[in-house]
Write a protein that binds this ligand. Structure first.
Ligand SMILES: C[S@@+](CC[C@H](N)C(=O)[O-])C[C@H]1O[C@@H](n2cnc3c(N)ncnc32)[C@H](O)[C@@H]1O
Length: 241
């Protein structure tokens, strides 16, 4: 699996005169997610968004009947199952093999026809996005784990992968969602916010935008923003190509 260049970056961090050195910056955090889905995640809750929320309901309403949807960073498929319930087809991808395995178990248990979905263990950084294939794409709280430049490229690929008029549902964390004044938080030179998850674990990196920046990235690509929701620490957009 191809990692961003900064994956093995050795960081020397200065905090009030003290030098903190770590070579364990975890960007993609596969182990973290595998552990989450193995130990903590019973997999029956969306981590990123609530399916009851207005945005998801609006997204559902906008989609044409029998749409094909890509859910990237699908987790255990909690959100995708509601699309299957509505008669849509889904391509679900996630970097965590544990999440995809659970997703398969849940879809089988729910009795969904396996012709209606694809499940892929796949890093979206290396995914070969098809051209103008999808009626809808969801990215719910996954993009902020990769550097801003990668996020822009992925968003560009998402734009191309949508059919004309297709819908994109994005949920993303914003600057301010992590308290960088905490003793185990730092800022990197490439605009990442490092959070030391606990005393032992490596630093985890988030690449956060302010709401204006991420809105501009989307509109510069050609997306029309139909609806957005902006609590303090995150933002959700429904966009149309
Ligand atoms: C915060 S969870 C959100 C899960 C789901 N979208 C939801 O709303 O419940 C982030 C998900 O993104 C996945 N992920 C993180 N980096 C990824 C990458 N580079 N490629 C694919 N999936 C990734 C994680 O494994 C995890 O399942």
């Amino acid at each position: 699996m191809k990692r961003p260049e900064s994956y093995f970056l050795v960081l020397i961090l200065v905090r009030t005169g003290e030098i903190v050195k770590t070579n364990k910056v975890v960007e993609l955090n596969l182990e973290h997610f595998d552990e989450y889905y193995t130990v903590k995640g019973d997999g029956r809750m969306a981590i990123g968004t609530s399916v009851q929320n207005q945005r998801f309901q609006l997204f559902l309403k906008l989609l044409p009947k029998r749409s094909l949807i890509l859910d990237q960073g699908c987790g255990t498929g909690y959100v995708a199952q509601f699309l299957l319930d509505e008669g849509h087809k889904v391509d679900c991808l996630d970097i965590s093999p544990v999440a995809i395995k659970k997703c398969k178990q849940f879809f089988t248990l729910a009795g969904f026809n396996s012709e209606k979905y694809n499940l892929w263990v796949q890093d979206f950084l290396t995914f070969e996005y098809p051209e103008t294939k999808y009626d809808g794409i969801m990215d719910l709280f996954t993009l902020h784990f990769v550097p801003h430049e990668n996020q822009k490229k992925i968003l560009e690929s998402i734009f191309r992968a949508l059919k004309p008029g297709g819908y994109f549902f994005l949920g993303i964390m914003l600057i301010g969602s992590i308290k960088i004044s905490e003793p185990y938080s730092r800022i990197t030179e490439n605009g990442g916010t490092l959070l030391k998850v606990d005393e032992i674990e490596a630093y985890r990196c988030f690449y956060l935008w302010n709401p204006y920046e991420i809105r501009s990235v989307l509109t510069n690509l050609g997306f029309k923003i139909i609806h957005f929701y902006h609590p303090l620490s995150s933002i959700e957009f429904i966009c149309q190509k």
